[in-house]
Write a protein of this length. Sequence first.
Length: 266
Amino acid sequence: MKENNPLNNSWRKTASTIYKKPVDSKIFGSVEIDITDLEKYIADKRKSGVKITLTHFFLVATARAIKEIPELNTYVKRGNIYSHEAINATVSVLLQSGEMGSVKMLNADKLTLTESAIKLKEEIQKTYKGDENATMQMKEKLAAIPWPLRGWVYQSIKYITTTLGISIPPLGLSANNFGSFILSNIGSIGLDIGYPALMPSANIAFVLILGGVSKKPWVVNDEIVPRSILMLGAALDHRVIDASHGGKLFKLLKRFVNNPELLEMK
């Protein structure tokens, strides 16, 4: 019986077989974006009491972009490509302990910039109280297991959840705990750009990195002027998406950067 799912074309089924996640299936890409006008927009919003940052902006912008590029909202299970039921995102945050943690933002594509500022703040406050998501809490449990048993336990959990797509309710784990994508703002900790890892247990299509912002000479209307330039980086899972999808993503993000008011509309 022939499948009607367009995501499972011949190349995708072959790629999910020949590549291992994420050992040899990564595509890296980066782009520079002029955010001079966006910084002014964010500053004006903050003056009005809406405390948004670049992280809030790119969280919502990326989720909205995924709605127009459905291939970015997919994952692999048992050799086939499936679509996530919603566009959820995992956002990396710096915990009070100084370690990196994460929060999950559900239905990120349905949030406005204002709503994202409120929701992300609420989720971050939960992590400060020790109420981090179940997947990230597992790191403490795994760390307590002696080596090499620790590796065997991890591989078993990864095989059950990521490879077979079977949830483990007692541990609060499933194949899609990280949502559709991961967003990390490394510019906030002093790094200009970075190329992220596709976490083996995170069944996601890509990770988006916000790098540093710097003043650079830029051509605007055929004149060289100083502008605020942001470096964006991404790691893509080549089993489910191609470089062309990354190009479409960056193109849509540029559109939102030039029209940030679009993200205040449902």
